[in-house]
Ligand binder design. Structure first.
Ligand SMILES: NC(=O)c1ccc[n+]([C@@H]2O[C@H](COP(=O)([O-])OP(=O)(O)OC[C@H]3O[C@@H](n4cnc5c(N)ncnc54)[C@H](OP(=O)(O)O)[C@@H]3O)[C@@H](O)[C@H]2O)c1
Length: 305
């Protein structure tokens, strides 16, 4: 049975990665509950199509498209500056955008000089959230951090954050999701310690074969036995969105976010439920470390010409 959200009329939600996959369904759920939903997207035409899809089920949905490419820090800064100058009300911020380049053996580096998973999934979101902190504090925003099952088994390689020595897409993806989760937990701790009022919950969608993620692998797997099994044990995008939707509305303990994810076999699929966050993303020392490393990387980055 799908979850029922409280009345969110008068509330504003910003959902990254809402032009495809699970993010469309997160935005649909929030818009259906009456929230004004901002969709920051890197591809405006795709964003328009996602908005049309949402309006098919919710014709009165209050949706606004904005530009955001997490792989370009100037784009992240431009969105933050615009929202700050508009004094935009942000009651809910869902960090859902993500990539995993499975099936692509080549290591990609952004114009800002960072490995692509690291920047898209983690550093870009870090830059966005820390720039928006004045707005988040003002509205006591709930931040939802979309992790992954991969974060349960991956780890941050502190001496090789950019996977320069050894690159494998799944490893880089997992590390970026651990970094994102560590950041989310550290944000909760800092907020509680300093009285910012920002609350954090973590989510993961399980395994969701029918989204745009991992295009190279999808092209190979589509229609095959692997895809069939994944569909059978995994989640539809709609059901997968329930984890982040619950994380958006469930009460959060200060300094100690919960994790919401599918409750079925191996947590691949099924209805969303509260779970224990993975130890590798709750470690306070690692959380403080990823925060200061990210601050240093952003301060030292060589700006693209
Ligand atoms: N699918 C799974 O099995 C699975 C499992 C575990 C965790 N997750 C996580 O769930 C989240 C949603 O994934 P999904 O399966 O829905 O994938 P998806 O269908 O590929 O959607 C990913 C979204 O992120 C956006 N995005 C990618 N790079 C971006 C960038 N540089 N700047 C701004 N936006 C960017 C995409 O924009 P475009 O539309 O322009 O591509 C898209 O809207 C991700 O964080 C993913 O890591 C997914």
């Amino acid at each position: 049975m799908p979850i029922t959200l409280p009345d969110l009329r008068g509330r504003t939600a910003v959902v990254t990665g809402a032009s495809d996959g699970v993010g469309v369904e997160i935005a649909r759920g929030l818009a259906g509950a009456g929230a004004d939903v901002v969709l920051p997207v890197r591809n405006p035409a795709k964003g328009e199509r996602a908005a049309s899809r949402i309006r098919q089920t919710h014709p009165d949905a209050r949706l606004t498209l904005r530009d955001l490419d997490l792989a370009h820090l100037d784009s992240v800064a431009a969105l933050a500056v615009a929202l700050l100058s508009e004094h935009a009300p942000i009651d809910l911020l869902v960090l859902n955008a993500g990539i995993v380049l499975l099936g692509d053996a080549e290591r990609h580096v952004t114009d800002d000089g960072f490995e692509l998973h690291f920047q898209t999934n983690f550093l870009g979101h870090f830059a966005l959230v820390t720039a928006l902190l004045p707005l988040l504090r003002e509205r006591q925003t709930r931040v939802v951090v979309q992790c992954s099952l991969a974060a349960a088994v991956a780890r941050v390689e502190w001496d090789d954050l950019q996977s320069t020595r050894r690159y494998r897409p799944l490893r880089a993806y997992g590390a970026s999701k651990v970094a994102l989760g560590l950041f989310g937990c550290e944000l909760a701790r800092r907020s509680a310690a300093a009285g910012w009022g920002v609350t954090v919950q973590l989510s993961h969608p399980g395994v969701v074969p029918d989204t745009g993620i991992a295009p190279a692998m999808r092209a190979r797997a589509k229609g095959g036995a692997q895809h069939g099994i994944a569909r059978f044990v995994g989640n539809s995008p709609g059901r997968a969105a329930e984890s982040a939707l619950l994380a958006a509305v469930e009460p959060a303990a200060p300094a100690a976010p919960d994790l919401f994810g599918p409750s079925g076999l191996l947590h691949f699929g099924g209805p969303a439920a509260r779970q224990r966050p993975y130890r590798r993303i709750t470690d306070p020392a690692d959380g403080a470390r990823i925060w200061s490393v990210a601050e240093r990387l952003l301060a030292e980055r060589v700006r693209p010409a």
